[in-house]
Ligand binder design. Structure first.
Ligand code: GLN
Length: 304
């Protein structure tokens, strides 16, 4: 298949729609509110190492909740099944920053991809090593470039992350967190503030379409079974309360972030990343979702 031609077509169809959909860029994190909405990028890398990209695919953006895939990877690798003693695996059906389920479920997050889940994972990573640098090292190794944190975004999140602080305090009260709330939130805010481009993210997610093996060199990043499970969680929980709609329309494991990126996996075939900063009301990229729908329609690549 001529993937470059497919991505060119998608960019040609999406670009005229920039600025027309009525959504907005994330504004609750002030540093993200300044990002131009008029941007769209798409990139993929096949399991065989073929690459294609179009639009603003080389421009770094804030990966936000897409980081939750990689922090989960580190936690699964370091903790194995004990991770699930403090973590659920069911879709939440609620917004990513919702507090309500934590009360009824006694401080155990529904899944690792809502904010509560990722904050609890940040706590686990602190017990395993230097959580921030372990994350940067994993991402840099996976994409072959040096990956960095945008300090301004991290500070902006810390200044305004009142809901995340509430989630962390709530979990601390229930005994889900071992480390101090401030230490855990610092890790979480910094991982969300990592900057990467579509090209880098498509490469970095390569282990998820290659049964857990490294996109360069083929060493095992995580086991085949763990890679399968991360894909399952991405499909059922990766786009929050729109996960059903994403499965219905796209049918690929996906993970979104409020920076406007969505990473998607076609198991045994390729990993791809789309980015456009304007979000719908569920916090997923409006045009990113449309681009993924176009990709599946044009290529017939879906898990279903
Ligand atoms: N940093 C964001 C937050 O915690 C991440 C949310 C997201 O990307 N869905 O609110």
């Amino acid at each position: 298949m001529d993937f470059q031609a497919v991505l060119n077509e998608i960019a040609e169809e999406i670009t005229p729609l920039l600025g027309t959909g009525g959504g907005q860029v994330a504004s609750y994190i002030p540093a993200l509110a300044r990002v131009s909405p008029m941007q769209f990028g798409i990139a993929l890398r096949t399991c065989k190492g073929e690459e294609a990209a179009a639009g603003d695919s080389g421009r770094p953006f804030s990966i936000q909740s897409m980081s939750k895939v990689f922090s989960l990877t580190l936690a699964m690798r370091g903790l194995g099944d004990t991770l699930w003693e403090r973590m659920g695996r069911e879709p939440s059906g609620s917004p990513f920053n919702s507090l309500v389920q934590l009360e009824t479920e006694r401080g155990i997050p529904r899944n690792p991809f809502i904010n509560a889940g990722a904050i609890a994972i940040a706590d686990r990573l602190l017990t395993l090593g230097d959580a921030k640098s372990d994350m940067l090292a994993l991402l840099s190794s996976l994409c072959g470039d040096t990956v960095v944190i945008d300090a301004e975004v991290a500070q902006s999140e810390a200044d305004t992350g009142f809901r995340n602080a509430a989630l962390a305090n709530f979990m601390k009260g229930f005994g889900t967190l071992d480390n101090s709330v401030d230490t855990v939130l610092d890790v979480y805010f910094n991982q969300c503030a990592i900057s990467m481009s579509c090209v880098q993210l498509a490469r970095a997610a390569g282990y998820l379409c290659r049964d857990g093996t490294h996109p360069y060199g083929g060493a095992q990043v995580i086991s085949e079974a763990q890679a399968r499970r991360i894909n399952a969680l991405m499909l059922t929980c990766g786009t929050y309360d729109a996960a059903g709609e994403f499965a219905f329309r796209i049918g690929l494991p996906c993970k979104s972030g409020v920076g406007g990126g969505i990473v998607a996996v076609v198991p045994d075939t390729l990993s791809l990343c789309v980015w456009s900063p304007v979000l719908d009301k569920t916090g997923n990229s409006q045009l990113g979702r449309m681009a993924l729908e176009l990709f599946v329609a044009k290529t017939g690549l879906s898990v279903f």
